[in-house]
Structures are given as C-alpha cells and as structure tokens.
Design a protein around this ligand. Structure first.
Ligand code: RVP
Length: 497
C-alpha cells in the first residue's frame, strides 16, 4: 500500500511569526545576516560565507554576469545558468572573476581608420562618449588614442574625417599600468584633472578604463563577498549529463562553487555526479545538489558528498511541475522536513550541511519565515528577474514597465537536462512558463528595502542573527480569514498619487 504522509503540505503564506522580546540591543543595525554556504564541522567556519542569505536562481532569465557581479558586491551569490554551451558559461564566470570595482572593460572601441560618422553611430548605440582607439578596434587591442566629445565639433567637422586626424593620440594621454589600485588610479585622475584614466599593460594593450564619475559608487559595498584573492565570488549550475567536461571548464574559469541543477534531484544521476566530482577533486571543489523535498532526499545527496542541499519542487513562480507531473510538496513543509534531517545529521556526525530554500518566495516576510524554519540561504528567481541587472529585456506593456522572465522548464529555455529522467535529449512537455514580471529598478535599492524589512522582523522576534532566529522564532499557522485580516480591509483605499 502507498505511504500516506499525514501532514498537509503547507507554504509560507500560511504562517506568521509571533514577536519575541525585543531587547535594547536588538536593533536593525546590530542584525547580522551572515550565513554559511557549504558544509563544515560544527563550531568551525564554512569555507564560503555570504553576508546576505540570498542566491540567484540558476536560470537564463536571471543569473548572467551582470547580475552576478552586483549580487556579490551586495553580499550574496549568483549561480550562472548552466543551460548554455560550456564555453559561454565559463566565459560568464570569467567575466565575474575579472571584475574589479571601478575598472571597466571598454565597451566602445574603434580604430584610427574609422570616421567621425562611426563615432557618432557608436555613441548613439552605447550612450558612452569615451571611445578607446585601438589597433584592431577591440577592448583589449593596442591603445593608440582616445576620442571623447571634446575631440570633435559636430557642426564643423566632416563626417568622413578619420579618427586618426582628431583623436587624442597615445603620446598625449596620461595612463596607468595594470596593477594600480583603485585609490592610486583615482589619485592620478584627481592630480591631472582627468575624466578617464586608461589602464594599459606592458605591451600598451588597453585593459580597463577608470572613470572619475564612478568614484563614489565604489565605496558603497561593505558587504561584498570575495575569495582570498579579492575576486568576487561566483557559482555555476551544472547538470548530470555533461559534467565531466563542464566541471573542469568552470573550475578553469575560476568558479567558487557549483550546484547540480535539477527539478527533482533525488536520483542516481545526481549521486553519480557528486561521487565523480568528489572522487576527482575532493573538497577542493564545492558542490550543492537538489532539489529535494524530504528527509530521504536530503540524506541520499549528503551521503553522496553534497556540500549544501537545495529544497523545493514546484513552488517557483514560473513553475508548473505540480500541475504537469503531480509531484512536489508545499515549500514550508518541505523545508521543515529537510531542516529536521539536517539537524539530525548534525547531531549524529558533527557536520552542518546548509540548506537552501528555492522558489516561491513572494513577500519579503516569506524570506524571514524560510530562514526561521531552518533555511541557511534562499534562492530566488522572480525577485531578481525584476531588476536592471537581470539579463532580459525591459519592455513597456499597457503603460507599465516589465521584464521578461521564463522558466528553465519552458520551451523557450530548452533546458531538457534539468528535467531529464534518463531519456532522449529533448523536452517532452513544458514544466515552466514564459512570463513578465513588474520592472523594479536597481538591485541595490530593492535589496535595501527587503533587507531592512528582514532585519526589522528579526528584531521583532528578538534575534540579531540567523541562528538565533532559527532557535527562538515562534511560528504560528494562520486561518484563511486571518490572512485576509492581514492586508488592508474594510476601508476604501485612496488612489496612489
Ligand atoms: P521563484 O523565485 O519563485 O521565481 O522560483 C525560482 C525557482 O523556480 C528556481 O530557482 C528553480 O528552482 C525553479 N524553476 C526554474 N525554472 C522552472 C520551471 O520552468 N519550472 N522552475
């Protein structure tokens, strides 16, 4: 006879936190959101810790290099999506690892043989008025000069005038050499009253620009997470098919942590993948696994060597797995069950395996509930897809700005490996949708609000860090009537001006 799990599958919206005593020390500025990412002995430090408990979903419409850079600069981590060729995923990882605050790879480049007309066309395309003039017109070619709006007069100069006849030539430029720190570069900018400082290598190849206007924005990231070599942290998604080629390429690109990406991770495919990675690299390569929704799934993947476990099936905003396959579990119930398994494993072995709650976090308070229920960090797709930094198009639809957001199980993503049950190389049916999400602006501004709310809720619960929240949170289930009571009710809302 089938096993019936007596407990109802529940999700975050069915719970609330009951406030605990808020002491005078328990103020938002004292709250630490630092959290471990990978397994470690109890009492020891995790090899990777995040300063905010957020990671971005392993999705084409979410985790590209731009979002990864911004999230790491704000204390979290992205997993660059794996549903792309190995070389392009490795290139994205490299891009994040190469990032140096304030050192920008030039995106506007021409050769001396180009014309003023080409300059104007490029300006219209990029909106950037500083153009690097290199021997081959590439961002890292030999630097021969610079063109800015001060080098030409649109009203007087002929459009076919060659760049070599009006650029500021290399001999007249003040440049810095690779290896300069940002503050040294800024000092040169300041001393010579420059707007742009090109940074070159020993062969005079252009490496970066440092811009005067960026100066202030680079002092604002106290939460930044980086590896010991001061490079930003970045993760990457892998699958259970091409891992023997993908993993070495990602390691070569400098990836800090991997995650096997699957909608249902309780499989021998994941077991084999983990065993292969751990046998070949030991603990030098860190790899999470999932997704699972119960104790058995947790235990199975941990015993195969997983460094963290991702929890959640079917709760994602774009996910229709539950409708299509009838598998899944309410996210809150799944998380509670896996958190119990994690605690049992810790008691038995002295090893702490962090767990990640993945998908279905809609309200900011759901994030606190997930942490209180035992999640060490949270994976989100919809939340990050709304920001400027996500890789998708911003569109105006019915007078509102939106961004595109599609599931990895949708036809658009063609990520059959994520849904692979050992069949042929194609999607048999869709498990995700193609959608829009309301555009929300810059990640940094949104994080400030969300994290502010999380800290405030934690203070209400009398907790100044995540372990305290997990130990002391008092959680109650709510009836559907009290959920209605939780929003504005029985009033006529004024239109927002
Ligand atoms: P959400 O944050 O609710 O948008 O959920 C994101 C999560 O949804 C991902 O991290 C992943 O686990 C899951 N996902 C991604 N694509 C699909 C799908 O097409 N079904 N689901």
């Amino acid at each position: 006879m089938a096993i019936y799990v007596e407990e109802v599958s529940r999700t975050f919206g069915e719970y609330l936190l009951i406030p605990g005593l808020t002491t005078k020390q328990c103020v938002p500025s004292n709250v630490s959101l630092r959290t471990p990412l990978v397994k470690h002995n109890v009492g020891a430090q995790s090899a990777i810790e995040l300063n905010i408990p957020f990671v971005s979903a392993i999705m084409q419409s979410v985790s590209g290099p731009e979002l990864a850079i911004e999230l790491a600069r704000n204390g979290g981590l992205s997993f660059i999506f794996g549903s792309q060729p190995i070389a392009s995923q490795a290139e994205m990882v490299r891009k994040v690892k190469k990032f140096k605050a304030g050192f920008v790879t030039s995106d506007s480049n021409l050769t001396p043989e180009h014309t003023l007309d080409d300059v104007l066309r490029l300006l219209a395309q990029t909106g950037h008025s500083t153009i690097g003039i290199t021997d081959d017109g590439t961002p890292n070619g030999k630097l021969l000069g610079l063109v800015t709006s001060r080098d030409y007069r649109i009203s007087r100069d002929a459009r076919d005038k060659k760049i070599k006849d009006f650029m500021t030539p290399f001999e007249k430029l003040i440049v810095g050499e690779v290896g300069l720190t940002l503050s040294e570069a800024n000092q040169i900018i300041w001393d010579h009253k420059l707007n742009t400082l090109p940074i070159i290598d020993k062969e005079q190849h252009l490496a970066y620009f440092v811009f005067r206007k960026d100066y202030d924005s680079h002092k604002e990231n106290p939460n930044e997470v980086s590896s010991p070599d001061k490079k930003l942290l970045v993760g990457a998604g892998i699958n259970t098919r091409d891992y023997m080629e993908r993993v070495p390429a990602l390691i070569e690109a400098g990836v800090d942590v991997l995650c096997i990406d699957s909608s249902d991770g309780y499989s021998e495919w994941q077991y084999e993948t983990l065993k292969w990675i751990k046998t070949k690299y030991g603990n030098k390569v860190l790899v999470g696994a999932g997704n699972v929704v119960d104790k058995e799934g947790f235990r199975y993947l941990v015993e195969a060597g997983a460094d963290f476990i991702k929890v959640g099936i079917g709760g994602g905003s774009i996910c229709i797995t539950r409708e299509q396959k009838g598998i899944g579990r309410g996210q809150a119930t799944a998380l509670q069950d896996v958190a119990k398994a994690r605690d049992e494993y810790k008691a038995q072995t002295g090893i702490y395996v962090p767990i990640c709650s993945d998908g279905g976090l809609v309200q900011d308070y759901h994030m606190v509930l997930a942490l209180a229920m035992g999640a060490d960090f949270l994976m989100m797709g919809r939340y990050f897809a709304r920001f400027d930094e996500s890789p998708t198009k911003k569109l105006c639809i019915k007078n509102s700005y939106v961004k595109e957001y599609w599931g990895e199980g949708s036809n658009r993503a063609q990520n059959w490996q994520r849904y692979d049950m050992g069949g042929t190389e194609s999607l048999k049916f869709e498990e995700g949708v193609d959608s829009y999400v309301p555009y929300a602006g810059k990640m940094k501004d949104n994080l400030a609000v969300t994290l502010g709310k999380i800290r405030a809720t934690m203070c209400s619960c009398g907790a100044v860090n995540i372990p305290e929240l997990q130990q002391n949170a008092k959680i109650t289930m709510v009836s559907s009537t009290s959920i209605t009571e939780g929003g504005a009710h029985d009033v006529i809302l004024k239109e927002k001006g």
